[in-house]
Ligand binder design. Structure first.
Ligand code: PLP
Length: 439
């Protein structure tokens, strides 16, 4: 953003415009943010956000835990704490991770302010301008924002219904290496992907880890949704088979509540040391209070039963969404997740989900356009629909409205271009690939 030789006077909107560091250039409000402000009005069915349905968590469980914390160790809970997190909580986090096959030592766990902050810290430790981060295409939008803010280049590797495609990963790495690029890590969301909804198969997990090992590439495994499966658990975490080459991120945001802002990183010793120092530099210590409350909750409440409750809620909502898509928009294609919060929809070739969003919001339904999840402008034909927050009835209503919007949009295109009517998308099973007629 610094412009040598240009005026230092800023502009009408921001007098400090020319003073920002280059890395701040990546921090722009998305074009659809203003629309989302409208979309949060109660009459709009929002299939856009990723807010967990915290109303399914009995408030008494939290109130009781808070009360006990304050009565029994209030002074410590209100004090600064260790930059690595409360030791008891780090032990309890081992029990949570054990559910996905991970065996680890509490010394290697660093508690962070949500897993978002762990993503930030890992990026801070590893990324110099021009470095490459490999990630699935599409990928979690706010991770892309962080990578961009560290001036890294994101290289998307395609996925299909079984997650990241190992052969494509090999090709991308070979191409980048021969171009002299420095690949710093592979960022992956293997279970119930945000936004694609797919899960990396066990065979592919092993293959991806092997490729990473062969090419000396660290794997950043982000797993907020792994325990929120519907019918069968996801395969064990990648960290369960590879200790030295994986930094694993977990969070209580989806299995408890995001308002606590407590997540964690499990890292190989040397990286963990640096993560603790970076955590201290950024926040001194993660919140002692919310860590204490979560620790108390895990000690006294039926937390596994609560996760089952969340699974039941989200399963019903996913079924409502997929059922409504089948009923109202059978011509489209979409992923059918076995867990998590999201369905990834592919539109007919001629539609542009970002261009269509204002019309959808006018019709009182919102979604997230696919382009938000790519660093390279792909995803025009895609949208992410979230089923986590609206009720099943709202979801059905939202999809019905969406169907009207899509049909109207196609009719309009027909009228102006004389093209065909709604037709099935092309047979390319990869997500977010450009339409066949795109150059
Ligand atoms: C893939 C992924 N990673 C990280 C996060 C951040 O979660 P938190 O910071 O609440 O732990 C989210 C939140 O939606 C997510 O979907």
């Amino acid at each position: 953003m610094t412009e040598q030789g240009s005026s230092q006077a800023g502009n009408n909107l921001d007098p400090w415009y020319h003073h920002y560091a280059d890395r701040a250039a990546g921090l722009r409000a998305s074009e659809v943010r203003a629309l989302f402000a409208v979309a949060s009005r109660p009459e709009v069915v929002s299939l856009a956000g990723g807010m967990p349905y915290v109303a399914a968590l009995p408030q008494n469980l939290v109130i009781d835990a808070m009360e006990r914390v304050m009565r029994e160790r209030g002074a410590a809970a209100l004090q600064y704490g260790s930059g690595q997190g409360i030791p008891l909580l780090r032990e309890q986090i081992l029990d949570v991770m054990a559910l996905e096959g991970i065996r680890a030592n509490a010394d290697d766990v660093v508690v962070t302010t949500g897993s978002q902050h762990a993503l930030e810290l890992v990026s801070k430790l590893f990324l110099d301008p021009g470095d490459v981060v490999l990630s699935e295409g599409p990928s979690y939008v706010t991770a892309l924002v962080i990578f961009k803010s560290y001036q890294a280049e994101v290289e998307h590797v395609p996925m299909d219904e079984n997650g990241l495609i190992p052969e494509a990963l090999r090709e991308h790495i070979a191409r980048l290496k021969s171009a002299g690029k420095r690949i710093k890590f592979l960022y992956t969301i293997p279970s119930f992907h945000n936004p694609a909804g797919v899960t990396l198969s066990w065979e592919r997990r092993l293959e991806v880890l092997e490729i990473a090992r062969q090419n000396d590439i660290l794997v950043l495994e982000d797993n907020p949704y792994g325990l929120l499966y519907f019918d069968r658990p996801a395969p064990d975490a990648m960290r369960s088979v590879e200790e030295d080459g994986v930094v694993y991120l977990g969070t209580f945001s989806k299995t408890l509540a995001p308002g606590f802002r407590v997540g964690w990183a499990l890292a190989p010793h040397a990286i963990r040391e640096k993560l603790v120092l970076a955590n201290e530099a950024a926040v001194l210590s993660p919140s002692s209070f919310t860590q204490s409350v979560i620790s108390e909750y895990l000690s006294t409440a039926d937390w596994k039963g609560q996760i089952n409750t969340f699974r039941d809620v989200y399963r019903e909502r996913k079924n409502a969404l997929v059922g409504a898509l089948e009923e109202y928009l059978p011509e489209l294609t979409w992923t059918n997740p076995n867990g998590g919060f999201y369905v990834w929809v592919t539109l007919p070739d001629e539609l542009d989900s970002k261009a269509m969003l204002p019309r959808a919001v006018t019709e009182l339904v919102a979604y997230t356009p696919g382009t938000a999840f790519f660093a390279n402008g792909d995803g025009r034909r895609n949208m992410r629909l979230s089923f986590c927050y609206p009720t099943p009835d709202q979801i059905r209503l939202g999809v019905r409205r969406l169907a009207t919007v899509i049909r109207d949009e196609l009719d309009l295109l027909d009228t102006f271009a004389g093209t065909g009517s709604l037709h099935a998308p092309s047979a390319d099973s990869r997500f977010g690939s450009p339409p066949p007629d795109a150059s």
